[in-house]
Design a protein. Structure first.
Length: 469
């Protein structure tokens, strides 16, 4: 039956009303509007969403009928529903579950032995120093009762902090042990920093592309996330300056040693220009250095050039030692570190004395150094092999990283990474499509490969089939 003009208009009106209602629901779900908050006026929302005032009136009336909002005569509309649990999936662009960043992490973490994980962000368990960890556990088990049973001190085990301060010194970052705090993980460190320095609505700059969990963490803190394109030498400085002028961000969150997902390293020239801009705009930089120990030759560090004035340095051992031994760290100027220690006590009370003692044992007995030497060789071999196998099927590396485990790759022209990931998932292969890392959603033709997890021939057969189909 042919649709009449009147029915077409009615259908369009229903769609517009639904769009307005969905927009308000998202703002409530993301805590942008909390119980008791006043909604935009009918005129203001109509102008913002480019719809008629009657459309907004009808949308508000329907939301009021649902009990989500309520009208106050002469005052406007207000949120009335109790605050729902925070849903990260409702904040930011909606993505198909197969390529949603949080879902990629869930798939990789829940995967059994039969699932291949070239899209995950960690080394295979078989690559980790099991025997060294077992020896370290035996040594730690003979420690004093306090090590086995007590909370850790607020700053963390001093001998480990002293060792970390010396290790950071090798990268040009000069910090005393009193400027170093241990944490339960790199993620906990970043969470504490966000709690300490951010208020809801503050703008935060990230690279595009960047580690996808940065997006999720910042959304959980209700920050306004803005991005700057990232190139082989670091962020685009001209666009970075424009973002600073427009959004006045509080933080910039980045990796500069080995960048995730691109594998790029920051150039000294870009680092100096970046720090000059940060000084002009009172921007705080958080430098997540979780991949530092993969490097053969240290890349420039923002924290080294800055002297820990406006830069906070973080790291952990989850990528190179064990994801089960939770131990991270942060180095910052004394006044900021004091606030972070208070937050650590408030949110987790004390650190893991046992985990800190275990990491210390592995670092001082030579086991960790020997493990890293072998690991770097193994990763370099896998990097070359994976790049060659991908190129043979038409997938090209964006650049060849100096070190690390990630290859950021171009797919053939016209191939969508999300579609490839969906098809591979049906074959129990978890991939990491480019838009999972891109706030601007402009990386649909890219894919990140973990070279340590890309040895199985089934991965390449699946990729070929998916790109053909």
């Amino acid at each position: 039956m042919e649709t009449t003009p009147s029915r077409q208009v009615a259908a369009q009106g229903e769609t517009l009303i639904g769009t307005v209602m969905a927009s308000i629901r998202r703002r409530i779900a993301s805590r942008g509007l909390t119980p008791g908050a006043r909604l935009p006026s009918i005129r203001a929302l109509a102008t913002t969403m480019r719809v008629s005032k009657s459309t907004v009136v009808e949308a508000y009336e329907r939301l009021a009928a649902e009990g989500l909002i309520r009208a106050r005569p002469g005052s406007g509309y207000y949120v009335s529903a109790p605050m729902a649990p925070l849903s990260l999936a409702e904040i930011g662009p909606r993505l198909d579950r197969e390529v949603d960043p949080l879902w990629i992490s869930r798939q990789s973490l829940d995967a059994g032995d039969t699932v291949l994980k070239p899209g995950c962000g960690w080394l295979p368990a078989s690559w980790m120093p099991h025997e060294a960890i077992r020896r370290g556990l035996r040594t730690a088990s003979r420690a004093a009762d306090a090590t086995l049973a007590d909370y850790g001190t607020p700053l963390g085990l001093r001998p480990l902090r002293e060792l970390l301060a010396r290790r950071m010194g090798a990268h040009g970052i000069h910090a005393s042990p009193e400027q170093v705090m241990l944490s339960e993980s790199g993620t906990q460190t970043l969470d504490l920093i966000c709690r300490y320095l951010l208020e809801p609505g503050n703008a935060v700059v990230v690279d595009d592309p960047c580690y996808f969990n940065f997006h999720a963490l910042l959304r959980a803190h209700r920050a306004k996330v803005v991005s700057v394109p990232y190139g082989p030498d670091g962020p685009d400085i001209a666009k970075f300056a424009a973002v600073l002028e427009e959004h006045r961000p509080r933080l910039y969150l980045t990796n500069s040693g080995i960048h995730n997902p691109t594998g790029a390293t920051l150039s000294p020239v870009t680092a100096h220009r970046l720090l000059k801009l940060a000084d002009q705009h009172e921007l705080i930089i958080v430098e997540d250095d979780i991949f530092a120990d993969f490097e053969v030759s240290p890349a420039p560090r923002l924290a080294a050039f800055d002297g820990l004035e406006q830069v906070i340095a973080t790291g952990s051992f989850s990528k190179t030692l064990s994801a089960s031994v939770r131990c991270g760290y942060v180095a910052a100027r004394p006044d900021w570190l004091e606030g972070l220690v208070d937050l650590k006590i408030a949110t987790s009370f004390g650190g893991s004395h046992f985990a800190e003692a275990l990491v210390l044992n592995l670092l001082i007995d030579g086991s960790y150094r020997k493990h890293l030497e072998a690991l770097r060789v193994k990763l370099a071999r896998s990097m070359a092999e994976t790049a060659g196998r991908l190129e043979a099927i038409g997938i090209r590396a964006w650049l060849m990283p100096q070190a690390g485990m990630f290859l950021w790759c171009h797919l053939p022209e016209g191939v969508d990474a999300g579609n490839v990931a969906r098809q591979a998932l049906a074959e129990d292969i978890v991939l990491a499509p480019g838009n999972a890392f891109s706030l601007s959603q402009t990386a649909h033709g890219f894919m990140r490969f973990n070279v340590a997890q890309s040895g199985d021939e089934r991965i390449y057969r699946s990729l070929e089939a998916a790109m053909r189909g």
